[in-house]
Design a protein around this ligand. Sequence first.
Ligand SMILES: [Zn+2]
Length: 74
Amino acid sequence: MLEYKAARYGRTLTRVDRAFPSSQVCSACGHRDGPKPLHVRVWTCGRCGTRHDRDWNAGVNIKHEGRRIRAAAS
Ligand SMILES: [Zn+2]
């Protein structure tokens, strides 16, 4: 799943900082919810209550971060 996403977002991934906490941030409200053990596949945001699929949420965050970086560079 992660390799699939890496291929899909390959260009962006090379530019997003490795420390970017894509699995910790709520893609709905931007709240940084803290580290999730790898076995946690689904979690609920502590601020807005949105229920997230871990990989889907991380993919959304990486896409947003990639767009933010590209926008800042242009
Ligand atoms: Zn949230």
